[in-house]
Design a protein around this ligand. Structure first.
Ligand code: FES
Ligand SMILES: [Fe+2]
Length: 395
């Protein structure tokens, strides 16, 4: 097998063009994708409301990796590698739950909620449990959204989050809860799924429902007019009108922009009507949607009355999961404050479209006759992904 690493991929990278077949198909590249990119990037793992009580935990998996996110008895949240310090077994086998301690199913090494090793039997003299706590990850809690990074020196994020905080404050994302989670499995390399999200060149074509309401599918004069008309409405609703776009090596990518929906649409709904109670302190609907990206891998669309979180997780080289999480204001109840099917309709049908087009993309990219073509002006986000990928992977 010929040796392929990210250095040779980088050499093959022709700015302004799609990537060659090996980028998606070579097993060695997949191995380094996880080791050198995912494990050095910030990853959105959940929301603090999912682990509200002491002892609550969730497990987050990507590729061969598994992370435990737990709230300890003091109410502090920590993140740990779900890998036993004895002989490496998975420690926690449930996707979520509440526990007093984590007991490894193999030889019963027992870990505290803080990751510290409490007990290990028959280890003899000189064994110090303090040396064998679960390996921890960096964790940030931004407005209730939890991000982890396994790297020793993670990409800069604190400055960026401080910059975003006043912009998202009116949504009070801390005060939201998960209304629904959906997973769409796609037989494709994870990079094709990320690339698909990074551009709206395909939207007008592939997402007829989305394109009916979201002006982003068609940048240009008409959209600018709509945007200018939206700004006073956004201010009146209590939303600052400001764009953030940070693509810098060594720093977590940040993107924040509120863009207009077409006239008649208050939110991302089928009919244009509101779907749920307004988020946070918003005083009304401005007919806009916010694209929010915190690290290339973590994407959110914030409407006035709900938020949709998006992520694309590697399962194996040729399999990925599109995971979509719908958030509503905390306390909002299905059947009373919102209708579940109406709330989830748009991004469900849109994700089905994406599953289909990503699958077909992968089928073509498998061919030895695939020659990478030029990116359109609307695909600048893909180039931003490649730049982040190469800069983070280089270490
Ligand atoms: S592998 Fe966990 S206790 Fe042995
Ligand atoms: Fe799409």
């Amino acid at each position: 097998m010929k040796a392929i690493d990210t250095a040779s991929m980088r050499a093959a990278y022709r700015p302004g063009f799609a990537m060659p077949r090996d980028f998606y198909m070579a097993p060695e590249v997949y191995e380094s994708d996880i080791r050198d990119y995912w494990n050095r990037s910030w990853i959105w793992v959940g929301h603090e409301s999912q682990i509200e009580a002491p002892g609550d935990y969730l497990v987050f998996d990507y590729g061969p990796e598994s992370v435990i996110v737990a709230r300890d008895r003091d109410g502090d949240i920590g993140a740990f590698q779900n890998v036993c310090r004895h002989r490496g077994s998975r420690v926690c086998l449930e996707a979520s739950g509440n526990t007093r301690v984590f007991v490894c199913p193999y030889h019963a090494w027992t870990y505290e909620l803080t990751g510290t090793l409490r007990r290990a039997r028959e280890m003899g003299e000189g064994f110090d449990p303090a040396d064998y706590g679960l390996l921890s990850l960096h964790l940030r809690n931004f407005e209730g959204l939890l991000f982890v990074c396994a790297a020793e020196n993670p990409p800069e994020i604190d400055e960026g989050l401080a910059q975003l905080a006043p912009l998202v404050a009116p949504f009070d994302l801390r005060n939201t809860r998960v209304a629904h989670t959906a997973t769409y499995t796609v037989p494709a390399n994870w990079k094709l799924a990320v690339e698909n999200y990074m551009e709206c060149y395909h939207c007008a074509n592939a997402h007829l429902d989305f394109a009916r309401s979201h002006s982003i599918k068609d940048p240009g004069h008409k959209t600018e007019v709509l945007e200018q008309a939206m700004h006073p409405r956004s201010r009146a609703a209590g939303l600052p009108v400001q764009k953030v776009q940070r693509y810098e090596p060594g720093k977590a990518t940040l993107f924040y922009k509120r863009y207009p929906l077409f006239d008649g649409y208050q939110t991302g709904s089928r009919t244009g009507e509101a779907l749920a109670p307004l988020l946070g302190s918003l005083k009304g609907f401005d007919g806009g949607a916010t694209d929010l990206q915190i690290g290339i891998l973590n994407n959110f669309i914030v409407y006035s009355d709900h938020m949709v979180g998006y992520r694309f997780l590697p399962v194996s080289q040729m399999e990925s999961k599109i995971e979509v999480v719908w958030f509503v204001r905390a306390g909002a109840e299905a059947g009373i404050d919102y209708n579940h099917d109406d709330l989830t309709w748009l991004w469900h049908v849109t994700s089905l479209d994406d599953e289909r087009i990503i699958r077909h993309n992968q089928e073509g990219v498998k061919s030895h006759h695939f020659v990478p073509g030029p990116l359109s002006e609307m695909e600048w986000g893909i180039a931003a992904f490649y730049d982040d990928y190469f800069s983070v992977s280089a270490g």
